[in-house]
Design a protein. Structure first.
Length: 212
């Protein structure tokens, strides 16, 4: 596990240019076979650092929950955007990811001056935006958002496990582990599965939605 922590270099650069309210945004769930894509946006006090905040993928689950509470306590504003598995199938995962990010930003109680987003693509928020490849590992504001997004989505998938326990959603959170793929082959897709992601597992899937 990497011990290199993200910096606030991007935030400090923008503060030096006169931007005061700088938000970080990240998404989780883009590659999962089931469940929503979730984006979170976090607006921290200018240039601040929260100890131990780093890329959510590098943080054990129990620590993520603790950091989630701390981030929300310290944030000036925060919001999440959630786009369902059905909408992912309808508009594709890339567009669903952008939609989740726009929903998150629109839900903020305070409008940021600038948004730092993880990934290759700057998103049309109507606010200046910088895309940072690997931003969740490099940029403190984005790393904070990654933790909020990850905890939010994990809670959704744990609730789904209570409805359909035989898929093991509480363990893999909808990602394509061997256990999850075997469960799909054994039980068929659940209502929360993304039909557009199942072609390699079920070459000719019955697209009759079990939740319809």
């Amino acid at each position: 596990m990497s011990r290199i922590l993200p910096t606030n270099n991007h935030e400090r650069e923008l503060l030096g240019l006169g931007f005061q309210r700088i938000a970080g945004i990240d998404e989780v769930g883009r590659g999962a076979l089931a469940g929503p894509v979730v984006a979170a946006v976090v607006l921290l006090p200018g240039g601040s650092i929260i100890e131990r905040v780093r890329d959510s993928k590098q943080v054990p689950e129990r620590e993520r929950e603790s950091l989630y509470d701390l981030i929300l306590e310290r944030a000036i504003a925060w919001s999440v955007g959630i786009v369902s598995h059905r909408e992912i199938d309808r508009i594709n995962i890339l567009q669903a990811t952008f939609q989740a990010m726009r929903l998150a930003v629109a839900g903020l109680s305070i409008t940021p001056d600038y948004v730092l987003v993880d990934g290759r693509d700057a998103v049309a928020f109507g606010i200046p935006c910088r895309a940072i490849i690997g931003g969740d590992a490099l940029c403190h504001a984005i790393a904070a958002a990654s933790i909020v997004a990850k905890v939010t989505r994990d809670r959704i998938m744990r609730r789904e496990h209570e409805r359909t326990p035989h898929y093991g959603f509480h363990q893999h959170k909808g990602y394509g582990t061997a256990m999850h793929r075997e469960a799909i082959l054994r039980y068929g897709p659940a209502e929360i599965h993304r039909w557009s992601f199942l072609g390699k597992i079920l070459p000719n899937p019955d697209r009759t939605d079990p939740g319809a």
